[in-house]
Design a protein around this ligand. Structure first.
Ligand code: SF4
Length: 241
């Protein structure tokens, strides 16, 4: 298991838990708004054994681990790594882009993950633009059906600028997010999901597509209008700052 960066102590990434966080380097997507991939690509790796040894010292101060990235399901050592974490009686949350339903199925069958958070990049027709991976559609659809079978899960979408053409970049719109929410309900056969719509926060220290660095945060009014519309399809939708 490769770790590109880690946090020893975090109160926000795993709701209700005090979590250590391991960021896996590498991702098979190239979302234009991504800031993690450039940072993790340049970071000095952290030894997985050192991370596990740290977990042995935390006692009751840390009761969970969040695995994010990058894309953790691409790591060949993920499952043995999680088994070692679970042997320490810690809860595990996995953040995923949904590109690896085979690994999600293995994690589900083994009862290895307590909480899964999956990105829904936006409406289906914009997935290639938003993920930078035109071949990921069938995998994402399959993962959307697997994720609700975990003990706790969430879907989430960052209301980011979309690169629609060479000189055409603009935020996801209300109708586009209505289409995304409708698709989520149709593909999973249920509207009963915890779904977060979260704002895009520009970072001047490097996004995969540098043109997005000059964009503002997602306007609050746009986020509110999207929330109002998405609630019609997924009633348990919340805004996240
Ligand atoms: S899925 Fe997209 S946002 Fe997430 S790490 Fe990969 S490239 Fe970045």
């Amino acid at each position: 298991m490769k770790i590109g960066a880690a946090l020893g102590f975090n109160l926000t990434d795993y709701p209700g838990k005090i979590a250590a966080v391991a960021f896996a380097p590498g991702c098979n997507y190239a979302c234009p708004h991504c800031h993690a991939k450039p940072i993790l690509g340049a970071a000095a790796p952290i030894n997985a054994r050192d991370f596990l040894d740290y977990l042995s010292t935390v006692g009751e101060w840390v009761n969970a681990v969040v695995l994010c990235g990058g894309e953790p399901t691409l790591q060949p050592g993920l499952i043995p790594f999680i088994k070692e974490i679970r042997a320490k009686k810690l809860s595990v949350k996995l953040d995923t882009n949904g590109s690896n339903p085979a690994v999600l199925s293995q994690l589900l069958a083994g009862g290895l993950v307590d909480y899964v958070a999956m990105d829904i990049k936006g409406p289906r027709h914009l997935w290639p633009n938003l993920s930078g991976n035109p071949g990921a559609e069938s995998a994402m659809l399959e993962s959307m059906k697997i994720v609700p079978r975990f003990p706790v899960y969430e879907f989430r979408t960052t209301i980011a600028p979309v690169v629609r053409g060479a000189d055409d970049i603009s935020f996801l719109t209300v109708p586009e997010m209505a289409a995304a929410a409708k698709m989520l309900a149709e593909v999973t056969g249920s509207a009963n999901h915890k779904y977060y719509i979260q704002k895009f926060v520009p970072r001047k220290d490097g996004l995969l597509d540098a043109r997005l660095e000059s964009f503002p945060e997602t306007p609050v009014l746009l986020l509110q209008d999207i929330h109002t519309e998405v609630l019609k399809y997924i009633p348990n939708t919340q805004m996240r700052g």
